[in-house]
Every structure is written in structure tokens, then in C-alpha cells.
Design a binder for this molecule. Structure first.
Ligand SMILES: Cc1cc2nc3c(=O)[nH]c(=O)nc-3n(C[C@H](O)[C@H](O)[C@H](O)COP(=O)(O)OP(=O)(O)OC[C@H]3O[C@@H](n4cnc5c(N)ncnc54)[C@H](O)[C@@H]3O)c2cc1C
Length: 492
């Protein structure tokens, strides 16, 4: 009889784990709480007929560099758009700084700061595979590329501390860097924000740039779900697991497996969870949240600086000081009235998401956990500031507060979209300090979500690493064989 694997949650990590196990010969079923598949990688009609919006993630540089998704063939299975401009940072007075895929073009436009921009990012983007090998898997191991790792570590120390304030002198370069460091939703400066910001900024200047799928993020989830079904797996939607006690997932002694693409807190519902591990899970911290709004537009956003229209991703928040004030306020549980806004305008390059001539805009702000703040007006005011007349192109909008997001996806505790605060400490303690953090003390049960290394982002890596751990442990007990990526995808 085939060994069985149950995966709870169909986010990119749950699906990646499910694909790996199905290809390894398991009979896999995925249980998904929502009525649709994909978790953070879903696309839906949220506003008007003919308009498609990414409900969660929108831009996917880390999917294209992910060892798991590369082996899976994500480059070929999904249609990708590679923008020339990875991200833009508009400034008051009709100015803007642009992170072009071409680092030379970026640096030239930054004047005297161009040299420092090159010095920080060129070695990392040139050796992106080595950066991903280190930062994109498990930090608690000896690095395979010590020079790149050391370089990444030193730059993290530089930009993650007050020292970083002396890296650039001009407003443009400072703001362009602050906009990417602020993704981490932590206080600024901090080591966690510097590590995640450098990882993303290095991708901006690498071959794929800040690419995204034609049609929306759902294409990534669909490609994984199709492969799972092609290998005999099934997905049951509308199946929320509230307690592990009630879940019949098979017999661990016979080699059956349970993988959780959920908050680690679900483990606390198991009566046999050892007290020490339970304490560690209770200590794992969630961070501030995201409040998002999607717009259907009658035309493009009327940016004051024309080059901003070439960048699908736009960081709105003005100067570095303003962005820092906004992020630090959120970390203290409050807000500024000019918040940092992460915006994506996919329709500048992808005409499939809206009727001809129309556009969509995706935007979120950071807010305190479980906030019920509707972000719409704050976002509209920030966009208007750099694109006067924006209000007049809005046809419809759809907002999701942090509290609503927590309801929508039980993995986003309090509306935290990163699977747990991305602080420096929690890059190592995810959710526990261990060389094998995917394995739990419950026999046959593994954590496979963004709450495990390497953490948030659409990479499938936490899911794959959890599945690999489960396969290794099973092989040690005489159930099946140890399999690596090349073995899985060498099969049809
Ligand atoms: C608004 C937003 C914007 C983002 N932007 C980007 C971006 O541009 N680029 C990027 O790389 N990343 C982005 N991210 C982050 C990225 O989407 C996540 O890091 C990633 O989706 C995590 O994958 P996951 O599989 O661990 O969890 P999720 O994608 O959250 O999936 C978890 C799934 O499990 C289900 N589930 C949870 N608990 C249960 C339960 N008890 N029973 C049954 N089902 C359950 C949920 O319904 C969900 O479908 C964004 C996320 C959000 C929400």
C-alpha cells in the first residue's frame, strides 16, 4: 500500500511540499481552509468585471531564484514578465529614483552615490546564486560560499545599523534603499530589514529582475497544483483543520506523514506536544501586519515623473527619514499619517488583468497587528502626492484590513503576512533554533510554512525543505529512499 501524506494548507509552501512527496511516491492529499487554492499566491476578481487582482503576493524575484522552483521548472511552466525597471521611488517635486535592472544605469542616475550603490549591490547581484544558497535556505550551517556570505553579512551590519546612514549622501539613493529595506516590516534600521532588503535589492539588478507572472500570482499556485494532480495528489478546499487531535492523517509507524503549511500554533492543539517545545512555539513572535487595497482604474496612474510608469513596483513614502518614521511608528503600535506604501501596477506591462486601456493598482501599508484600519484613504493620499489626479482615475476599490486578512488566511496571524516577525533573531529561530526546524517532536509531523527557514516570500523552499526532512527521516526508518531535488524532477 502506498504511504500517505496529508498536507494542511495550499500556499506555495504546502503545494511545494505536496509536489515533492507525490513525486516521491506518496499518496498526497492537501486540506485547504479556503474555497480556493494558493494561499498567498491567489488572483481574483475583487472589484469590477474584467479586472483581476493579486490577493496576496504580486512580484516574484525570489520564485525565479528558488532552487526548488527552478528545479520544478517555474521559468517554463509560467509566463514571466521581466521589467527593465525593478522598482521606483518617487520623491516630492516630481523627482524619482529608479532601480533599473541594469545597475550601471541605476548608479549613473544616482550621481555621487552611484559608486556606493555599485559597491554594495554589484558583487551580490553578480553572485546571486551564492546569496540565495546562503540566505535562501537554512542559516544554521556552514556556508558553501564564504566570500559572498561574508560580504552579505558585512553589508547587513552596515545597512542594519546607524552606520548605514553614512553609506549614501543624496536623498535619492537614501530613499531608494530605504524603500526596499522597509519590506521586512520591522523597525528601521535593523539587521532583519537589512538582510531581507539586500536580498531583494540584489535580485533587482540580476538577470531576471523583479519579475512577475503574466495574469497574476495564481499562475504559480496553479502550476504546482497541476503537477500535484498529475502525480496522483488531491486538494480538498473548504477543509479547515482546527485541531490536530481530530485529524485522521494515518499511521506514522507505517510511514505516513503530516505536513503543516500553517502557523506553528496549530501544533499546540496536539495533546502530546512536549511542554518544552510548546513553550518555544508560544515564544515565537508575530510581527505587525499589512492592510491592503486594490484599485480598478480607468487609465494609468498619472505619475509626476514619467519613469515611475515603467516600474511595476513602486515604493511610496518620500525620504528615508519619512520611511523610517513610518516603520518605527508601526513597530511601536501606532501610525504616521504619511505611511510607507508598497504599490504594484502590473498592468503597465501585463494587459491581461484589465479591459483594454484600463489598469489595476495593488497597494498595502504596514499597520499594527490585528488593526481594523481601512487603508484606502491613506493610500490614495500617498499616491496623489506623487501622481496628482490619481483620485480621478479610480473606478472601484476593495480593501482588506489586517483583521480581515487574519480571518481570510489563518496562517497570517493578526494579519502578519510574513509567517512571523522577520527580525534578525527570528531568521535563526524559525520557529525554534535547530538544524532541523521543520521536524517537530511529534512522530511523522513536520512544519512546512514560512514560519520555518528560509522564511517568507514565494520560494517553495520551506515546503521543499520540510518534505526533504520528512523523506530523510522516513528513509532512516526503512520507509522509502532519500531523495534530492534532481532525483524528484528527473522523473516525469
Ligand atoms: C498582501 C501580501 C503581499 C505579499 N507580497 C509578496 C510579494 O510580492 N512577493 C513575495 O515573494 N511574497 C509576498 N508575500 C508573502 C508570500 O505570499 C508568503 O510568504 C507566502 O505565500 C507564504 O507561503 P506559505 O505557503 O507558507 O503560506 P500561505 O501562502 O499563507 O498559505 C497558507 C495556506 O494554508 C491555509 N491554512 C492555514 N491554516 C490552515 C488550517 N488550519 N487548515 C486548513 N488550511 C489552512 C491557508 O488558507 C492558506 O491557503 C505577500 C503576502 C501577502 C499576504
Amino acid at each position: 500500500m502506498a504511504r500517505r501524506a496529508t498536507v494542511v494548507g495550499s500556499g506555495p509552501n504546502g503545494l511545494s511540499a505536496a509536489v515533492a512527496l507525490a513525486r516521491a511516491g506518496y499518496e498526497v492529499r492537501v486540506l485547504e481552509a479556503s474555497s480556493t487554492v494558493g494561499g498567498g499566491t491567489r488572483t481574483a476578481a475583487l472589484t469590477l468585471p474584467g479586472f483581476r487582482h493579486d490577493v496576496g503576493s504580486a512580484v516574484h524575484p525570489a520564485a525565479l531564484s528558488s532552487p526548488f522552483l527552478r528545479a520544478f521548472g517555474i521559468h517554463e511552466r509560467v509566463g514571466w514578465i521581466h521589467p527593465l525597471a525593478s522598482y521606483a521611488q518617487p520623491l516630492d517635486g516630481g523627482r524619482a529614483a529608479i532601480a533599473w535592472r541594469d545597475i550601471e544605469r541605476t548608479a549613473d542616475a544616482l550621481g555621487p552615490d552611484g559608486r556606493a550603490w555599485r559597491a554594495v549591490l554589484r558583487p551580490l547581484s553578480r553572485h546571486l546564486g551564492e546569496v540565495v544558497d546562503f540566505a535562501g535556505s537554512q542559516l544554521l550551517r556552514w556556508p558553501r560560499h564564504p566570500i559572498t556570505t561574508l560580504r552579505f553579512g558585512l553589508r547587513t551590519l552596515q545597512l542594519g545599523t546607524r552606520l548605514g546612514r553614512r553609506t549614501f549622501t543624496g536623498e535619492e539613493a537614501n530613499a531608494l534603499m530605504a524603500g526596499v529595506l522597509a519590506h521586512a516590516n520591522t523597525p528601521l534600521p535593523s539587521l532583519g530589514s537589512a538582510a531581507s532588503g539586500l536580498f531583494l535589492a540584489a535580485h533587482a539588478h540580476a538577470a531576471d529582475g523583479w519579475a512577475f507572472p503574466r495574469g497574476g500570482a495564481q499562475a504559480i499556485a496553479d502550476a504546482l497544483a497541476d503537477d500535484l494532480r498529475a502525480h496522483g495528489g488531491s486538494i480538498q478546499t473548504g477543509a479547515r483543520v482546527s485541531s490536530l487531535e481530530d485529524l485522521d492523517w494515518g499511521d506514522p509507524d507505517a510511514g505516513d506523514l503530516l505536513l503543516l503549511d500553517t502557523t506553528p500554533r496549530l501544533l499546540l492543539t496536539h495533546p502530546e506536544l512536549p511542554a518544552r517545545y510548546a513553550r518555544a512555539i508560544r515564544c515565537y513572535r508575530y510581527g505587525p501586519a499589512a492592510a491592503k487595497v486594490d484599485f480598478a482604474l480607468s487609465g494609468p496612474v498619472p505619475w509626476a515623473h514619467p519613469d515611475v510608469a515603467l516600474a511595476p513596483t513602486v515604493h511610496l513614502g518620500g525620504t528615508r527619514e519619512e520611511i523610517e518614521a513610518s516603520e518605527n511608528a508601526v513597530a511601536r503600535g501606532t501610525m504616521t499619517d504619511r505611511p510607507y506604501v508598497l504599490a504594484v501596477q502590473p498592468t503597465v506591462l501585463d494587459g491581461t488583468r484589465a479591459p483594454e486601456g484600463r489598469h489595476v493598482l495593488w497597494a498595502y501599508i504596514h499597520v499594527p497587528a490585528a488593526s481594523t484600519l481601512d487603508p484606502t484613504e491613506l493610500v490614495v493620499r500617498q499616491v496623489e502626492r506623487f501622481a496628482p489626479g490619481f483620485r480621478h482615475v479610480i473606478l472601484a476599490s476593495h480593501a482588506m484590513t489586517a483583521a480581515q486578512r487574519a480571518e481570510f488566511n489563518p496562517a497570517d496571524v493578526g494579519g502578519d503576512i510574513l509567517g512571523g516577525a522577520f527580525t534578525f533573531a527570528q531568521a535563526f529561530r524559525r520557529p525554534v533554533v535547530s538544524p532541523t526546524p521543520w521536524r517537530t517532536p511529534l512522530h511523522g509531523v513536520y512544519l512546512a510554512s514560512a514560519a520555518t527557514p528560509p522564511g517568507p516570500g514565494v520560494t517553495g523552499m520551506p515546503g521543499w525543505l520540510a518534505a526533504r526532512q520528512a523523506l530523510r527521516d522516513a528513509a532512516r526508518r526503512g520507509h522509502g529512499e532519500r531523495l534530492e531535488l534532481e532525483d524528484l524532477f528527473a522523473r516525469s
